[in-house]
Design a protein. Structure first.
Length: 202
């Protein structure tokens, strides 16, 4: 009888583990196409039963991807709790790209809230973890745009110059044209331009 109980407990635990792995792989699959098809990603994310997200890792990635998908679908999020699971998890389980993204979207939410000082702080911290031209351009674009709202013209232009340096390295004519225009007119590149990785192909 005890052997049967132990077997049932073992089988139940195995099913839970398999279910967790299945949901996590589902999230990883969504992450693979969220940049190109954020609307499809959002639909898929909304179809997930969040009660099945048992581990902190799953909840963190779900939080990050949902925030990202909403932002890319032009939904202005103002609730910091949306991104908090991701920021908290990746702060203690350092994953460069995910932590950078979590901090970036925390900055986006603070920007939407009108909390520009904290948005600047988030973007600056995210920049420390950015190791790709895409994320660096995203950060400096939105950082400059935030400085614009703070009426800090010198920092705004400095960010435009940094964005220009980044896109020059990619030898992308359209991206260079966008950044050069921003520098000449002393205004910042529209951050939506950097919202798609396709603009960063050489």
């Amino acid at each position: 009888m005890n052997h049967m109980k132990n077997y049932i407990v073992f089988l139940s635990a195995l099913l839970v583990i398999c279910g967790c792995r299945q949901e996590y792989h589902r999230l990883l699959n969504i992450e693979s196409y969220i940049q190109e098809w954020p609307d499809s990603a959002l639909t898929e994310l909304r179809a997930i039963n969040t009660s099945n997200l048992i581990s902190a890792q799953e909840r963190a990635l779900y939080s990050l991807l949902t925030t990202m998908a909403l932002d890319k679908n032009y939904v202005d999020i103002t609730d910091l709790s949306e991104i908090e699971p991701a920021v908290s998890y990746y702060r203690h389980h350092k994953n460069g790209d995910h932590y950078c993204a979590a901090l970036f979207y925390q900055g986006r939410i603070n920007y939407n809230r009108g909390d520009f000082p904290n948005a600047v702080s988030n973007f600056l911290e995210a920049e420390k973890w950015a190791d790709s031209p895409y994320w660096k351009a995203m950060i400096f674009s939105h950082l400059g745009y935030t400085y614009n709202r703070c009426f800090n013209r010198s920092e705004e232009i400095a960010c435009a110059e940094k964005a220009l340096e980044i896109v020059k390295e990619l030898n992308n004519p359209l991206a260079i044209q966008q950044s050069m225009s921003a520098k000449k007119t002393k205004s910042f590149v529209d951050p939506s331009y950097y919202n798609n990785k396709k603009n960063f192909t050489v």
